[in-house]
Design a protein around this ligand. Structure first.
Ligand code: G4P
Length: 532
């Protein structure tokens, strides 16, 4: 079906899209993502004083931590959207959980981002989780801007860091700023674009903006002595071996501009923010599944990349995060859900800033809108007005952990079922069954065991269902088709299960079983990516 889209001057949509920057930060836990996020908000003018990471004693906690489980474990479980304006630019920072068990959530967020900041610890470089997320970003070929953090502490020297990035990620680093002084004795950075030296000053826990002291080369030589001479030599070397930043390679995620700094002391954050304004791409026309790409000034279309229940404890609700891809979104507008073909009215749409919300009246390509009480929306759904469109499904990682789950309160059978369905629709876990009728014992699958902890907690608190989970022995899941299912059914190395949306999956207990099956049945479809 189609719904008429309101007519708007095309130029407004294109101009609004052009001033948006929608990005995510990818990093390993502890590299400083929460700190950098707060400092970007501080520099972007969104908050007057940066909150303190892990704050207690009445200090404000980081804006994006809100679930009980997050507080208990001190990790960020869910993704939220932080939107702020800086000058004439609207920045949408999509927050991603750092813990590897929530990589799927990050994958979905990256599907909605136009670029990512890759945050590295100066001492540790590319860590396991950075690598994993980097691979996701690379698969989407989105541009990456690298920020080497914690330069105030001992760490790798900058040339070694560049080498490391190139070796480990096969990504061409292009330093835009260059550190003066060694990690631990950090004096500041040279902006290679204009040669200015930005001198490092500490602020009290970095709660306010660092005074940016900018010196000329002569002044810097006098102040910093040998440290400056070393940096000058390194810069000469760099100028000789690197040309200009290859913008084409950057645009496809093959080269990355690099910045050095210390988020906790605010240093280098202003330069990074400027880079986001200058280098991060604005929304681009998006490919669709069976039609041409959706132009920015086509009628409204967007896709759901995240569904989150219970964001507001006072009102039980369910928020679907919608990334706008074309046209103008207006509160109360009607759109069609491409999956169901049914109309959907977005009466309650919100701009979400951490756990705070404000009603939003309009949004443009690049923006993220939280649609409230959107019971029928699922991750991956496309909503459109005017010409139909369907955006490609969001890939989902192959689960590596499995449990069976039993309801301990038989009077709450319906709640148990509803809870499981909802968690599956939100993408908290994959819900599997051996046979929907003959053996309906629910099996939960995920990338990491913390996902099950979230599921159990939510079944208990939101649906009032106490459950028991038991470890199950599988370690791999692959999508298959009807022909593959017949083979899987008769194999001793694999087991066939149905995902709640009908997808057929083969489960394997260990590498050996998977290898063996693949060897015996090379023609059977076994796909790692289980699209949502
Ligand atoms: P995450 O979200 O990536 O997990 O990292 P987070 O910002 O929570 O930072 C992890 C730790 O690293 C924090 O220390 C934080 O203060 C510190 N940190 C962040 N940026 C820098 C930096 O530029 N330099 C230095 N030296 N440290 C930095 P913590 O001890 O865990 O907490 P806190 O007691 O400092 O609050």
């Amino acid at each position: 079906m189609t719904i008429d889209a309101p007519a708007h001057p095309l130029s407004t949509v294109a101009a609004e899209a052009a001033r948006r920057r929608t990005f995510a930060i990818i990093s390993h836990p502890d590299a400083g993502k929460t700190t950098l996020t707060e400092k970007l908000l501080l520099y972007g003018g969104a908050v007057g004083e940066a909150g303190t990471v892990g704050a207690g004693n009445g200090r404000r906690a980081a804006t994006s931590d809100w679930m009980e489980i997050e507080r208990r474990r001190g990790i960020s479980v869910t993704s939220t959207v932080l939107r702020f304006e800086h000058g004439d630019t609207v920045l949408n920072l999509l927050d991603t959980p750092g813990h590897r068990d929530f990589s799927e959530d990050t994958l979905r967020v990256l599907a909605a981002a136009d670029c990512a900041v890759m945050l590295l610890d100066a001492a540790k470089g590319v860590e396991r989780q950075t690598l994993r997320l980097f691979e996701v970003a690379r698969a989407r070929r989105i541009p990456l801007i690298t920020f080497v953090n914690k330069y105030d502490k001992p760490g790798m020297d900058p040339l070694a860091m560049l080498d490391h990035i190139e070796q480990v990620l096969d990504l061409a680093p292009y330093p835009i700023t260059w550190p003066v002084g060694i990690p631990g004795d950090f004096r500041g950075v040279v902006d290679r674009r204009d040669g200015a030296f930005h001198r490092f000053t500490r602020t009290a826990r970095g709660a306010t903006r660092a005074g940016d002291e900018v010196l000329t080369a002569d002044e810097a030589r006098e102040r910093e002595g040998d440290a400056w001479t070393v940096a000058e030599e390194e810069l000469e070397l760099l100028d000789a071996v690197t040309g200009d930043l290859d913008l084409e390679a950057y645009a496809t995620g093959a080269a990355t501009p690099v910045f050095f700094g210390s988020a906790v002391s605010n240093f280098g954050v202003g330069l990074l923010l400027d880079a986001l304004l200058e280098l991060a791409p604005s929304a681009q026309p998006r490919p669709t599944v069976d039609g041409p790409q959706r132009d920015l000034d086509a009628p409204f279309a967007g896709f759901v990349f995240k569904v989150q229940a219970n964001m507001d404890r006072r009102h039980r609700d369910r928020v679907a995060f919608l990334r706008v891809c074309s046209g103008r979104f207006e509160r109360g507008m009607k759109a069609v859900n491409a999956r169901t073909g049914r109309p959907f009215t977005m009466a309650y749409a919100h701009e979400v800033f951490g756990d705070e919300r404000a009603s939003i009246d309009e949004a443009f390509p690049g923006d993220v809108v939280g649609v409230v009480n959107a019971a029928e929306l699922r991750v991956g759904d496309t909503l459109y007005a005017g010409d139909p469109a369907r955006f490609p499904p969001i890939p989902s990682l192959a689960p590596e952990h499995f449990v069976t789950v039993s309801n301990l309160d038989t009077t709450r059978r319906k709640h148990f079922q509803r809870g499981l369905d909802q968690l599956a629709e939100e993408g908290v876990i994959h819900l599997l069954r051996r046979d929907p009728v003959a053996d309906p014992t629910p099996i939960l699958a995920g990338v990491g065991p913390l996902q099950f902890e979230v599921a159990v907690e939510r079944l208990r608190t939101e649906f009032g269902v106490p459950v028991r989970v038991d470890h199950a022995n599988w370690s791999h899941a692959r999508r298959t088709d009807a022909a593959g299912a017949e083979v899987v059914r008769t194999s001793r190395w694999a087991e066939l299960v149905y995902r709640s949306d009908g997808m057929l999956l083969a489960l394997f207990a260990g590498d050996f079983a998977l290898d063996r099956f693949e060897r015996d049945h090379p023609d059977v479809l076994l796909d790692r990516l289980l699209d949502r």
